[in-house]
Design a protein around this ligand. Sequence first.
Ligand code: GAR
Length: 216
Amino acid sequence: MLRVVVCVSGGGTNLQAMIDGIKEGRINNAGIVRVISNNRDAYALKRAEENHIPGVCISPKDYADREAFHKALLEAVREAEPDLIVLAGFLVVIPKEMIAEYTNKIINIHPSLIPSFCGTGYYGMKVHEGALNRGVKITGATVHFVDEGTDTGPILLQKPVEIMEGDTPEILQRRVMEEAEWILLPEAVDAIANGRVEIKDNRCRILKNRKDSGVS
Ligand code: GAR
């Protein structure tokens, strides 16, 4: 079983999509072993509790400086011995040591078609505001592996979503979640858990059949 740690900051609907995916058999060979939030009030922690998943809050407010916070975050991850770390709306810059220690073992969901509306400053609602302000007709979501850059790692999955007349950032956010994010993230975890993901030269491929265990 692939041991999955999920890092979240807010509502946790993507966490819920993975919980449901596991319950409903759309994700096989994986289990969520810990939920980590930087925000004590995150509804995601409630979802974890309701589903008997150990949840922990590592808030920067509880540490003297960034370094101490990063150390505690990495420790909370290590303790859970993850095979995969999923950033599901985790609005914290991941420490460099963590990225080095878990190369090709961290994925992130981003609510746009990367490389549009991504990078520094584009997170949550700001992504949808950016898409609407630019007047694009298609947006979507992306699941990618995490490297040292912001939203620059190998792309695993993408799904387009249409922008409609009269959309507000809130309406668009909901549509991107329903039509893309909640589908892609369980698909990505299932593919990784079943050895169907290959990364070569910074490009990612999902195979029809299992290759061998883990990401290669
Ligand atoms: C999601 O839309 C996710 O794609 C986004 O935050 C939201 C979290 O919602 N992540 C980013 O913007 C990362 N750059 P949720 O807590 O309901 O899953």
